[in-house]
Design a protein around this ligand. Structure first.
Ligand SMILES: Cc1cc2nc3c(=O)[nH]c(=O)nc-3n(C[C@H](O)[C@H](O)[C@H](O)COP(=O)(O)OP(=O)(O)OC[C@H]3O[C@@H](n4cnc5c(N)ncnc54)[C@H](O)[C@@H]3O)c2cc1C
Length: 402
C-alpha cells in the first residue's frame, strides 16, 4: 500500500478572494506553519498562502528531515529546542501521523579541535535544556555498530557529541498536516499562484501581483526559501542571502536496522535510515551559487566516497534516487525572522540547509509577530537589522555540513 494513501488529508480548496488580512508568499513548511499558528493561536484565518507550484514542492519536501537542537550559540539552542519540543507534540496537536521518530544523533569529531568543539557543545546544550553529552569512540561504536571507528585508517574518530532528542519526521506529512490544520480553520491555500511583484504605497505593503491578478493585504509574509532574493528585489531590500543548491540521495533497502543519525564535521556528510529502510545521505552545499534544482554525478561520487570511509557496508548498496533543492544561505549561518523596513512586510528566511527542524517554532513565532506586531523574545536576536547593527549570529560549526 502506498504509505500516504491512508493519511486521507482533508484539504478544502477555495476560490481566491481579492482581499485578505494576511498574505503569505510560499507554501513551504515555514509559510504553512505561519498560517497554521495564525489560525490556531491567534484566531486569524483570513489568510491566503500563495504557492507558485504545489505545497511542499520546495525544500520542505526535498530535505533529509533531521530535527535537532544541538547548536553552538545560546540564542540558537533556545530557538531550536522550542522547535524540537513542538515537533514532539505535533502529531497529537494536528491529529496526523507525521512519522516523527526519535533516533538520537551523533556528531563525530576527527581532530582535537573538533573534540574540544563537541565537548563545549555538550556543556552549552545541556545547560540550556537541550541534552547533549560527550561520547568516546567506543561509546559511539555501541550507539552505531556499523561505523568503522578508524575511518578506514584515514579518519579515526576521536570522540563526538550525542544528542538523544535528534529525530526525523516525514517531510510531506509535516507540510500536509500544517496545511490541513490551517485550511480547516478557514485559511486559503492557492497553488500555482506565483507572486510576480509587490504593491507598496508610502512604505506600507498593500498587496501582491500574481499570475492570476492582484491580491490585497496590509500584512504580507515572505516565506519563499531559496527564492527570497527575488522577492527582496521587488521590495527594494538587499538581503544578506546567497542561494546554493544542496543535494541528497537514498540507496536501496538496507536489511539491517541503522538506528541513529550520524554526521561527520570533518568529512562533511551525514547519514540516517528512512522509514522504508533506505540509507539516506547528504553532504555540503554546491559551491557555485545557483537556483538550479539539478543533481549531479560529482556529488554522488564525492559524498559516497567520504561516507564509505566511515561506513564500509555502503559498498554493497546501490543508489536509488538523488535530488536537489535550493537553499537560502545567510551570511552568518543563522535564520532571519523579522519585520522589514517596509511596514507590514515580514520575512522568514536564511533557512539554508537547516530549516526543516525550525518549521514549528518559526511558524509559531512569525504568527505571533504578524498578529501582534511585537517581536517575540525567542526570535528577537534573528532580526534582519542585526547585520546593520553588527550583531551577527555566527554559528557555522552548527550548520551541519559546511
Ligand atoms: C537536500 C536538502 C536537505 C536538507 N536537509 C535538512 C535537514 O535534514 N534538516 C533541516 O532542518 N533542514 C534541511 N534542509 C533545509 C530545509 O529543507 C529548508 O530550510 C526548509 O524546508 C525551508 O522551508 P521554507 O518553507 O522556507 O522553503 P521552501 O520549502 O523551499 O518553500 C518555499 C516555497 O515558496 C515557493 N515560491 C518561491 N517563489 C515564489 C513566488 N514568487 N510566489 C509564490 N511562491 C513562491 C516555492 O515554490 C516553495 O514551495 C535541507 C534542504 C535540502 C535541499
Amino acid at each position: 500500500m502506498n504509505e500516504f494513501v491512508e493519511a486521507k488529508v482533508d484539504f478544502k480548496w477555495q476560490e481566491p478572494k481579492k482581499t485578505y488580512d494576511v498574505i503569505i508568499i510560499g507554501g513551504g513548511g515555514h509559510g504553512l506553519a505561519a498560517a497554521y499558528f495564525l489560525a490556531t493561536r491567534h484566531g486569524i484565518t483570513d489568510v491566503a498562502v500563495l504557492e507558485r507550484k504545489y505545497i511542499g514542492g520546495g525544500n520542505s519536501g526535498r530535505n533529509t528531515t533531521v530535527i535537532r537542537a544541538n547548536y553552538g550559540i545560546p540564542e540558537s539552542v533556545r530557538f531550536y529546542k522550542r522547535s524540537v519540543d513542538l515537533y514532539f507534540q505535533l502529531e497529537e496537536e494536528t491529529d496526523r501521523w507525521i512519522m516523527h521518530k526519535q533516533k538520537g544523533l551523533v556528531w563525530l569529531a576527527h581532530s582535537e579541535a573538533h573534540v574540544r568543539q563537541e565537548k563545549a557543545r555538550a556543556e552549552l546544550n545541556t545547560a540550556l535544556g537541550a541534552e547533549t553529552s560527550y561520547v568516546t569512540p567506543s561509546e559511539i561504536k555501541e550507539i552505531c555498530p556499523q561505523i568503522d571507528i578508524t575511518g578506514s585508517g584515514q579518519w579515526p574518530v576521536l570522540g563526538g557529541s550525542y544528542h538523544p532528542a535528534g529525530s526525523t519526521a516525514r517531510h510531506d506529512r509535516v507540510n500536509w498536516a500544517l496545511a490541513e490544520g490551517a485550511m480547516k480553520r478557514g485559511a486559503h491555500i492557492h497553488q500555482r499562484t506565483e507572486v510576480q511583484d509587490l504593491i507598496i504605497e508610502n512604505n506600507q505593503i498593500k498587496g501582491v501581483v500574481t499570475n492570476h491578478g492582484k491580491m490585497y493585504a496590509n500584512k504580507v509574509l515572505c516565506a519563499v526559501g531559496g527564492h527570497v532574493t527575488s522577492i527582496g528585489d521587488m521590495a527594494g531590500l538587499r538581503l544578506p542571502i546567497r542561494t546554493h543548491p544542496l543535494q541528497a540521495y537514498v540507496t536501496n533497502h538496507y536489511a539491517q536496522s541503522f538506528g541513529p543519525i550520524i554526521s561527520s564535521t570533518s568529512l562533511y556528510f551525514y547519514i540516517s535510515q528512512t522509514a522504508r529502510g533506505e540509507i539516506l545521505l547528504g553532504a555540503e552545499i554546491d559551491k557555485q551559487p545557483s537556483y538550479s534544482y539539478r543533481s549531479g554525478y560529482h556529488f554522488l561520487q564525492t559524498c559516497s566516497f567520504r561516507a564509505m570511509t566511515m561506513f564500509p557496508f555502503l559498498r554493497d548498496l546501490r543508489i536509488n534516487r538523488q535530488w536537489g533543492g535550493v537553499c537560502d544561505m545567510s551570511a552568518d549561518y543563522s535564520p532571519i525572522m523579522s519585520k522589514t523596513e517596509i511596514d507590514g512586510f515580514y520575512i522568514t528566511s536564511g533557512w539554508g540547509t537547516w530549516g526543516f527542524k525550525a518549521i514549528p517554532a518559526s511558524g509559531e513565532s512569525m504568527a505571533a509577530l504578524i498578529a501582534t506586531d511585537e517581536t517575540p523574545d525567542l526570535i528577537a536576536p534573528f532580526s534582519l537589522d542585526r547585520f546593520k547593527r553588527d550583531r551577527t549570529m555566527a554559528d557555522r560549526g552548527s550548520a551541519g555540513t559546511h
